[in-house]
Design a protein. Sequence first.
Length: 277
Amino acid sequence: MEFTTLTISRLVVMKVVITGLFFLITLFARANDSLVLVKSIPIEARLFTTDLIGNCYVIKENNFLIKYNASGDSIAQFNEVKKGKVTQIDATNPLRILLYYADFNQVIILDNILSKKNVLKLNTIGIFNAPCIANSMDGNIWVYDQATNNLFKLDNQLALLSTINLRNFLTESIDPIYMVEQERNLFMVDSLQGIYKFDLYGFYNTTYHFKTKTVQYFNGYLVYQQNPFLFSYQTQTILEKKVLLPNPASILQVRIERNKIFILRKNTLDIYDLIQS
């Protein structure tokens, strides 16, 4: 049997989803003192993301990308100074990392060792105002064009696969700052309006009016940050729980993967373990 990048990625998702869900439920059921700092990495960074394996991808102030494993060890690096400021990084597929440079409307595709595989120039197909992009688990890319309110799905050669005009579903104008596809759902975050949910074809589903900057989704649970808390919202039962984050005033961004919580501060990346009693 031949294993493609897409097949391997789906196997990774299947392997970790149960572990991740157990951690999520346990985390929000326990006291805050169960979070134990296991490593603090000195780094001046402005954004980061994680993947399902527990790797962490950090964008430094100078746009230098560093990949850390789940133990906090640096294992790969990438830098492309000429492209300007990295505005988004998507590692939902750990074998296919997307870097987005919104000022230049360019997407760089990296492999799991951060080697450059492709560069997509959205300007060449008439997209000049795309605030955010997202990896799709079918190997393609979501792009939202704010000028036309169109949600596009493109392949790796910028061929157009689908177009959804959000004016057909939404009465309000949106200004998204983040987009991600997880578990056959697409989420778009507007810092004022909240979290918009779409299905795997890009059709609008619902809106969660939570003011945040990013979101994660695990088997029906929305996880998002509103200082000083990390919230978990069960979309089926509408049950909401929260965890008080350590030293919340200095937090830039929070993510959870498997049995770890990653907190980015101005001068450090802190990795916490959930200690089971």
